[in-house]
Design a protein around this ligand. Sequence first.
Ligand code: NDP
Length: 247
Amino acid sequence: MDLSNKIAIVTGASRGIGYAIADTLASYGANIVCVSTRQSVCDEVAAALQETYGVACIGIAADVSSFEDGASVVKTVIGKFGRVDILVNNAGITRDNLMLRMSLEEWTDVISVNLNSVFNFTKAVLKPMLKNRYGRIVNISSVVGVMGNAGQANYAASKAGIIGFSKSIAREFGAKNITCNVVAPGFIETDMIQSLPKDYLDTIMASIPQKRLGSAREVAEMVSFLASDLAAYTTGQVLHVDGGMQM
Ligand code: NDP
């Protein structure tokens, strides 16, 4: 896969799946803009990728749930690199609770970070992508957005929303050489699943045909494919990286 000279923004690049995506895109030659909430960590990741792969990387701290931050990140990227080729909307949080106990704050926080962020960053990159007649947008949903999950009504709604949003963007910009696809991971070994009780994870494991958790790298490879020219004729799709949980 060759992503040489591409300019990619990856949100939530400080750790977990986002870090693996940034690392994998850089390994294929892309220049990376690492976005997360902490400037120091963004800078560390950018410096490490630059050192390892010899690509140009910068870190930008931002709150992805802020419309203004989305616009400001893209403005900085255009100022430095002149364009944006690839956007990966990966940043996400969970605030799990059973519906009867879920607070308005738990609902709003998850929708803001997981779904509003996708609007904020997509909105900001579209005009530059149209001008450049090129764009690859990859949004990270979840198996939970497709199947639902008790205790995750907020998270499932945000992740299902990403799918409807992405299909609409794919239809609206298909003729402009801008693709928009979704990767829906299953249960992946990152910080996000560290807090899950062991007996719950055992139950989940039993429902996965491949009988194991996924790795962040396995998600990142699918994202890289969708971000590359190999996937030029693929848009509006949901690709499941979940060991067969959903089929
Ligand atoms: P992690 O919790 O390991 O990392 C979350 C990332 O999102 C961090 O980089 C974090 O930055 C960033 N982030 C969170 N809130 C904000 C914010 N307001 N503004 C900017 N950045 C923010 O998550 P994972 O790597 O596990 O998950 C990545 C994506 O994959 C998420 O969208 C998640 O929903 C999805 N996913 C994960 C699965 C899993 O099993 N792990 C399964 C299915 C989907 P910081 O370090 O600064 O906090």
